[in-house]
Write a protein that binds this ligand. Structure first.
Ligand code: ATP
Ligand code: MG
Length: 392
């Protein structure tokens, strides 16, 4: 039995003149992802992209997952292909549909004949297919008004399709259609989710990870690279830039007032992020901050770091509760990696009593105890880049 996937795109159909461009981006990306799963033919017709395996080795399940993770696709349908005669349609329906109908109580069949030369009418196609399904799944009930699942049978010019239903896709806009952003990626739960959310709005991601060896470990870095690879399953390949803050943190710890450690560190991070964004052609900075989550994420504290930003700072989690963030991180499979217990540079030299309502002038005064620009330049020079190629 031949099975195909049908990808529906959502919002992008609204984009008027840009539509063709968006469709091309999706088609290209689906072809690229398909190359990981074997030989497929991918075509488009009437706001649907058809994915057809060309041989028995093609991994349709793998491709199904990869298509569902592609931003811009709102739903992925599955259908079996039958010959254009009722014998083939009924036999295919009986063989193909049971796993999709298992556990359901009611269904209906919607027959549709776009080839008007087909000898049966649409209601006749529906009735016969319904009967065939009941013959193999006698406990199911037909409910034409409020069915749990609707099976569609479509007779087209070239073949007949038995649809098993539609499965939710990733939604959003195709990655790369909304510029490039620099994601401040730590090993925590929040920042991978923040990256996922902006990629969903079409932003191509580049990442920046600050480490502080030997206070942070090689495993902490590996963990961040793993998280980048997991996000890349949605967002596409990501370059991860790694910068060392060891020297800066040691100097802050030695010379500055402890209450300001975290705020100062975050201002260094922002300034270095400006430099990396400029070098790498990023048009925005993305963080996983959520209002009030920790001392450095109060409005006043955010303003202290924001004051240095040269780019818009996107904080997609700002209004979300931790549980909501965790739910997304589980959905995108980053959670289990995020909770591995490796230290982050923000958790070394942490103040016992951090300032939650800092005054910018006071922070700047504290900052002047060290040669800020020079230290940023020195850190920037430590940049090491890792290209994380997306594996679907
Ligand atoms: P996360 O779960 O993303 O680590 P968090 O709740 O631990 O966030 P903070 O440690 O205050 O919060 O960090 C806030 C944001 O700053 C992070 O979401 C991330 O965008 C950025 N950030 C923190 N530490 C680093 C780091 N070592 N490298 C790069 N960015 C970082
Ligand atoms: Mg963190």
């Amino acid at each position: 039995m031949r099975e195909i996937l049908l990808c529906k795109y959502g919002e992008i159909v609204l984009k008027g003149g840009n539509r063709k461009y968006f469709e091309d981006v999706l088609l290209k990306e689906l072809r690229y992802r398909a190359s990981f799963f074997g030989n497929f033919e991918i075509t488009r017709a009437q706001s649907t992209i058809y994915i057809e395996p060309k041989d028995a080795e093609a991994d349709l399940e793998g491709m199904f997952g990869a298509a569902r993770r592609l931003f811009g696709i709102v739903a992925v349908g599955r259908a079996a292909v039958a010959e254009k005669n009722m014998d083939s349609i009924l036999a295919t329906a009986k063989a193909y549909l049971p796993p999709f109908l298992a556990g359901k109580h009611s269904f209906k069949v919607e027959g549709k004949r776009s080839d008007k030369s087909f000898p049966l009418s649409s209601p006749e196609i529906s009735a016969q297919t319904g009967g065939a399904i009941l013959s193999v799944m006698p406990r199911l009930k037909v409910d034409v008004h409020n069915p749990e699942i609707t099976v569609r049978v479509e007779v087209r010019e070239s073949a007949a399709y038995i649809h098993a239903g539609q499965f939710k896709g990733a939604g959003g806009l195709p990655v790369g259609t909304n510029g490039k952003g620099l994601l401040l990626l730590s090993g925590g739960i929040d920042s991978p989710v923040a990256g996922y959310m902006m990629a969903k709005r079409g932003v191509k991601l580049e990442a920046l990870y600050f480490e502080s060896m030997p206070y942070t470990s090689e495993q902490a870095r590996e963990k961040v690279l793993t998280l980048a690879a997991l996000v890349a399953r949605y967002a596409g390949s990501i370059q991860v830039n790694v910068i060392s803050l060891t020297h800066i943190q040691e100097l802050i710890a030695k010379h500055c007032n402890e209450e300001y450690f975290t705020l100062l560190l975050r201002r260094y991070m922002m300034q270095i992020a400006n430099m990396v964004a400029e070098k790498r052609g990023c048009e925005a900075i993305i963080t996983g901050e959520s209002l009030g989550q920790v001392a450095s994420q109060t409005i006043k504290a955010l303003n202290v770091t924001n004051a240095l930003a040269k780019y818009p700072v996107f904080r997609p989690l700002i209004g979300m509760d931790k549980e909501e963030i965790v739910e997304i991180s589980r959905h995108i499979d980053t959670y289990d990696t995020s909770i591995l217990p490796f230290e982050d540079c923000c958790t070394v030299f942490t103040p016992r009593h951090p300032k939650t309502r800092p005054v910018l002038e006071k922070v700047e005064e504290e900052e002047r105890k060290l040669p800020f620009d020079e230290l940023c330049r020195e850190a920037f020079e430590s940049l090491e880049a890792f290209y994380i190629k997306a594996k679907f």
